[in-house]
Design a protein around this ligand. Structure first.
Ligand code: FMN
Ligand code: SF4
Length: 434
C-alpha cells in the first residue's frame, strides 16, 4: 500500500526548487545534488515495492520520446522467462535536451529509487544506469549517489552498474542500448522484437528513460491518485521540458503539468513576449509548428499526438523571427543523416538525399520537381527503417515545408529571406563532428 499524502498543489511550471513541482521539488539547482540523507528526510525512505495495479492506475507513460505506457512494458518483461535486466536510459542523445542530465545532477536518488523499485517488481538484482560519461557533472553526481546507497545498504540485493553510452544520436534507441550493453556498437536491432521481451543476452530487458523511473519513485510513495491529480486524464502527471534556441535561458529544464500552454512557458522561463517565428517540438526529429499556432497550444502529450505532433523527449526549441527555418532545418537534416547506423537502404540513401534536396531549396534551386521529389522521398522513407530514426527526419522535413512555405518562396525568388539571417543561427546545439 502506498503512503498517501495530501495532494500538493502542482504549479503549471517551475524550475528546480520551485514550490509545487514534483520531480524538481527540493533544493534549488545551485545547491547541486541532493544527498541520500536529504532525499530521505524530504521524501521518506523508498517503499520496498510498488504494485503493477498502482502502475497501471497511474497511467504513467515513458518520457524518453515514445510515450509508451510504463505498466505495459514492465508487464511484458515480467511475463517472459528468464531473469530480467533493468536499464535506466540516461544517455540523452538528443543534442539540445538536458532533462535527464539535470535529473541525474540534482535528484539522482529519485531516478535510482524508481529503478530499484522496477528491479524489485521484476525480481532481479541487475540494474544498469546507461549514461554519457563525458557529461562530467551528471556522471559524478550519479556515481556519488550510487556510492552513498552502497554505503547505506538501502537497495537490498539490487546491484547498480554504470555503463558508458557512446556519443551518437542512436545510442539512446532501446535496441541500440542493448547492443552496447552486449559489447557492440550503438546499432539498432533489425529484429522487430521489443527488448522488454528479448534484450541483453536474450533476457527480458526493461529499458526506460531516467525521468520515467523518477516518476515511479514518487508514485510508489504518494500513489496513482496523487500522480493523476496533476495534468489531464489522458496525460496525467508532470513532465520535464528543456527550453532551447531563442529563449532567455537555453538549456533550462522546467517541470510542467500537461496542459500548460506554450505561451505561458515561453512568456515565463522562456522570456518571450511575442510568438516566435516557429517552435520545434519533441526533438530534432520532431515537428515544426508556426509560432502563432504554437503560442496557443497546450503542452499535453495526448492533445499534441491528436494534433499530429508530439512532445517527444520534451524539447521545446524556439526559432526567432529573424532566423530562417529552411536553413535551420537543413542543418538538422545534415546532422540526422550523418547519424544513420548504416543498415537500412531507405535511411542510408534516403536521408542524405532528403538533406541534399533541402540544400537545393536553401540555395534557391526550387522547382515543382524538387518539391515533388521531397514528398516522394518522405513516402519512400517513412516506416521503412528498422528503427524510428528516419521517420523522425521525415517528420522534421515535412513540417518544415509546411511551416516555412514563405521561406521556400523567398529562397526561390531572392536566394534568401529578406530581413532574415539565412545561415543557421537559432542557437540549436549540435555535437562537434568527430
Ligand atoms: C533515434 C532514437 C534515439 C533515441 N534516444 C533516446 C535517448 O537518448 N534517451 C531515451 O530515453 N530514449 C531514447 N529513445 C527512445 C528509446 O528507444 C526508448 O523508447 C526509451 O528509452 C524508452 O523509455 P521510456 O519508455 O521511459 O520513454 C530514442 C529513440 C530513437 C528512435
Ligand atoms: S533505420 Fe537507419 S538508424 Fe535505424 S537501424 Fe536502419 S539504418 Fe540504422
Amino acid at each position: 500500500m502506498s503512503t498517501m499524502h495530501a495532494a500538493a498543489p502542482v504549479v503549471p511550471f517551475g524550475t528546480a526548487g520551485s514550490p509545487g513541482t514534483r520531480l524538481l521539488a527540493g533544493p534549488v539547482a545551485s545547491e547541486g545534488m541532493e544527498t541520500l540523507q536529504a532525499h530521505q528526510s524530504r521524501l521518506g525512505e523508498r517503499p520496498a515495492t510498488i504494485t503493477l495495479d498502482e502502475l497501471v492506475a497511474s497511467g504513467l507513460t515513458g518520457r524518453g520520446g515514445g510515450s509508451f505506457p510504463f505498466a505495459r512494458k514492465i508487464q511484458l518483461a515480467a511475463s517472459r522467462a528468464g531473469t530480467a535486466v533493468v536499464v535506466v536510459n540516461a544517455s540523452e542523445s538528443e543534442p539540445a535536451s538536458r532533462k535527464d542530465v539535470t535529473l541525474l545532477e540534482l535528484r539522482p536518488h529519485l531516478v535510482l529509487d524508481g529503478a530499484v523499485l522496477a528491479a524489485n517488481v521484476l525480481g532481479t538484482r541487475d540494474l544498469i544506469v546507461y549514461l554519457h560519461s563525458a557529461r562530467t557533472a551528471s556522471t559524478s553526481a550519479l556515481l556519488a549517489a550510487v556510492a552513498e546507497r552502497r554505503a547505506a545498504g538501502c537497495d537490498g540485493a539490487v546491484s547498480i552498474r554504470v555503463v558508458d553510452s557512446p556519443a551518437a544520436y542512436l545510442a539512446g534507441e532501446s535496441s541500440a542500448v542493448v547492443s552496447v550493453l552486449e559489447g557492440r556498437g550503438p546499432v539498432p536491432s533489425l529484429r522487430p522484437i521489443p527488448v522488454a521481451a528479448v534484450g541483453v543476452g536474450g533476457r527480458p530487458t526493461l529499458v526506460s528513460n531516467a525521468e520515467t523511473y523518477a516518476h515511479v519513485a514518487l508514485i510508489a510513495r504518494f500513489g496513482a491518485a496523487w500522480f493523476n491529480a496533476g495534468g489531464t486524464q489522458r496525460a496525467p502527471g508532470s513532465t520535464l521540458v528543456t527550453l532551447a534556441g531563442a529563449v532567455a535561458s537555453p538549456g533550462l529544464v522546467v517541470e510542467i503539468v500537461a496542459g500548460t500552454g506554450v505561451r505561458d512557458l515561453l512568456a515565463g522561463p522562456g522570456g518571450l513576449t511575442q510568438p516566435p517565428r516557429a517552435v520545434l517540438l519533441g526533438g530534432y526529429a520532431g515537428s515544426w509548428v508556426p509560432g502563432e499556432a504554437a503560442w496557443s497550444m497546450p503542452l499535453d502529450r495526448d492533445w499534441l499526438s491528436a494534433a499530429g505532433t508530439s512532445l517527444g523527449c520534451g524539447l521545446v526549441a524556439v526559432l526567432a523571427q529573424t532566423a530562417c527555418g529552411l536553413a535551420e532545418t537543413l542543418r538538422l537534416l545534415d546532422y540526422l543523416a550523418s547519424q544513420s547506423a548504416g543498415q537500412c537502404g531507405p535511411c542510408v540513401l534516403g536521408l542524405p538525399e532528403l538533406a541534399e534536396r533541402f540544400r537545393a531549396l536553401v540555395e534557391g534551386r526550387t522547382s515543382r520537381r524538387q518539391l515533388r521529389r521531397i514528398r516522394e522521398l518522405a513516402v519512400a522513407i517513412r516506416g521503412r527503417g528498422a528503427c524510428a530514426h528516419p521517420d523522425g527526419a521525415v517528420q522534421l522535413a515535412e513540417t518544415a515545408l509546411a511551416v516555412f512555405e514563405a521561406e521556400v518562396r523567398n529562397h526561390a525568388r531572392h536566394g534568401s529571406c529578406p530581413g532574415r539571417l539565412c545561415v543557421a543561427s537559432s542557437g540549436l546545439p549540435l555535437p562537434a563532428a568527430p
